[in-house]
Design a protein around this ligand. Sequence first.
Ligand SMILES: *Cc1c(COP(=O)(O)O)cnc(C)c1O
Length: 434
Amino acid sequence: MGAVNPPPSLRARAEAVMPGGVNSPVRAFRGVGGEPIHARRAEGAILETADGRRLVDFCMSFGPLILGHAHPDVTRAIAEAAARGTSYAVTTEAEIEMAETIRGAIPSVEKVRLVSSGTEACMTAVRLARGATGRNRILKFSGCYHGHADGLLVRAGSGVAGLAAATSAGIPASYVEHTLVARYNHLDDVERIVAEFGSDLAAIILEPVAANVGLLQPYKGFLREVRDLAARCGALLIFDEVITGFRLTFGSYQSVCRCGLRPDLVCLGKIIGGGLPVGALGGRADIMDRLAPLGPVYQAGTLSGNPVSVAAGLAALRRLKSDMPYDSLAQRTGAYVAGLAEAARKAGVTVQIPTIGSIFSLFFMDRVPASFEDIQQTNAERYKALFHSLLADGVYLPPSPFEVGFLSTAHDEALLEGTLPAWERAFAAAARVG
Ligand SMILES: *Cc1c(COP(=O)(O)O)cnc(C)c1O
């Protein structure tokens, strides 16, 4: 009798039927190498893999899960909404409440359109800016990711940062010829581009805190200058707050910086869907009213404002509004990364751990990066060693040196404290890599 073949692994089955075995590239672990994990279930801060490992999750679905996995408010809202019907394609009171909630929380937002992903929100924002201004060009920043719409996939961060060519194949040059790119935190780039192309600039789009190449924070005054430059040349300013919206405060970055900064349009996603597919676009009423059916800028979606997504998002936002966990999340994150910095110091490895609110990232380099170009200096091999050591010890970081980590309200102090020995071993493993 021959040996019985073992059943094919999930990875083998996945790779046989899905490109790279995944439905979104970072999940394939190309950024860190090794065996990608497969999920079975998750609760709170714990992700359980298909082979039964329980991991303390710092990836947290790349951002939506500020309340942790399977928060009971959210899962109950989903079940109740689903039982009332999963899609009507007519307007519901819950959608109105969602739009009212967003408008109430974000000073620059007067009207809102719900869509189904962050990609769709950014794509629509850019189309709307072009339609409203009658101009063609847009300015984005290298390392800022605005979803995978054709014209925005130019030097776009995490998922593409590791690839040889930063721009995707399959995008005709003519689609991106109107996309101009400046370096983050480099006002001189913005000034030069505005001077040359300002009269045809429809929009300047950026993440006010860039969180798709690891974490990049704006220099003091940078956003204000960008706001002024956009206004002066008649371009709209679009803040992509798909990650930062409701992550740093109950609202958006314009409330965090307390500087009265008003973008013309804001893109949202992730947290406002409570872990279900969602996106939103909000802004000045005179601009938003250029959207169909009132205006000439077309945008539509069979599942836009989906009642189950909206119920999940509203449940999450209600919980956030009543608990206001932002200060305690920021404090817990700050204390935790101080512990990580100490573990790195003990291992004799130089690391930068920029942090804002409950977002952190890890760069193996000797100064805090200010731009995507700076981040290229990070030692990705060290990150890989760190990642795999942590994973073996039951701690799941984002599987790429160019993604940020997240804490949720479910990451309590005891749980965090319990991971510190794993970090000490992981930094020691990283230190062994040249
Ligand atoms: C995640 C993200 C997007 C894209 O959202 P999807 O829902 O993945 O399409 C856009 N912009 C930013 C800043 C993001 O973090």
